[in-house]
Design a protein around this ligand. Sequence first.
Ligand code: GLU
Length: 431
Amino acid sequence: MDKVKTRFAPSPTGMMHIGSVRTALYAYLVARQHGGTFSLRIEDTDRNRFVPEAAEDIVQNMKWLGLNFDEQPVVQSERKDLYVKYAKELIEKGAAYEQDSAIWFKMPKEGKVGFVDLIGNRKVTFNLSDQKDFVLLKSDGFPTYHLAHVVDDHLMGTNPVIRADEWLPSIPKHVLTFQAFGWEVPQYAHLPLILGSDRSKLSKRHGAKGVSEFHQDGFLPEAILNYMALLGWTPPDGKEVISLDEMVKTFDLKSVHSTPAVFDLTKLEWMNGEYIRKMSDEELTKRLQEFLVDHPNKDKIAPLVPLVKERIKKLSDFIPLTDFIWEKPEYDVEVFKKIKLNDLDIKDVLNKIAYKLEEIKKPWKDKEFEKAFRQLAKELDVPAGNVFQLIRVAVSGQLVTPPLFESIKIIGEDETLNRVREVISQFPNFS
Ligand code: GLU
């Protein structure tokens, strides 16, 4: 077999979408596992739908995802003359003609085009009597996708062509154009659709948005790649959490399913959480610091990382979980009322807590802290957990936090006591 060359060829008509990550990834995997090359081609020939920032967004996201391409991206709008030359060549060959300042491909009207797709070994036959002539070069001088695809994938030596299923109906156009030039037709793999959870077309409603938005939401590139790989492919041993390197070893284009896959945001979030938990504390600290670029306390987060690791699914979850560490929380009396204290007066209990806190020798030690409040709970005849819960709400304003004592150690003894006192003065009678 000739050298394997694949490419990802998005149209910059919008920001890079999560769905297209799968197309890019499969093309990347095929190239890497055969020691071939992987390229990026920006298909910006539809000037009406062109979005100037989109090409840069695609390049940045490919880098962020780690889908490194081997050469400088091929940008079609920079190669206009090339397509004009090739369109004219087809006129000379008698396969095309000019009309209304556009160049059209002359489709044969008889016979069939047979073709086998690499996905599912699907055999498809098209009757040429159903086909019409089509535009190769538009009157604005830009090529259509049909011409640009054939010229570029020939010149780039692409094989196999990996693209979305929506292009399957255009196969007769492409096969006949390759043949009209006298060029070898590459193999094709048309990837099945990705649907939303209700099996309708994937959209924002299903939580499917731009790759950059997932980045901003705190998703990790490796989790996105891993999850998207599973939309249409099952790793050989059924193991769902699989690294990019392992995918390169085990991916098989021929085993990609030919039926549509369903995008499930909850599963992607679960996958992201798995990657967070697998990371070393050092690595997670680094990733969080990169993510929290503008966070004023990002250099102080290291001690918190082991405390939150089991509790976050996305890097962004770190923020609401730890805000109280850096800033005094806003208190809501209703949250205090959720704690069961056998009709004891909340304020009385808080006063007793403040008194104990003053009593415990500084710096506070885990064991002594625990002992002091277990004893208080006993005196008050309420479960110890509820007393700790009251302390938790008094220092954080919330019912769920990272482990209490460790959090308090970061907040500091004085600030902890201040917060308890502040609650007492803010709510004179807790009603
Ligand atoms: N620009 C086309 C698209 O985004 C690319 C198809 C291809 O990979 O050839 O649908």
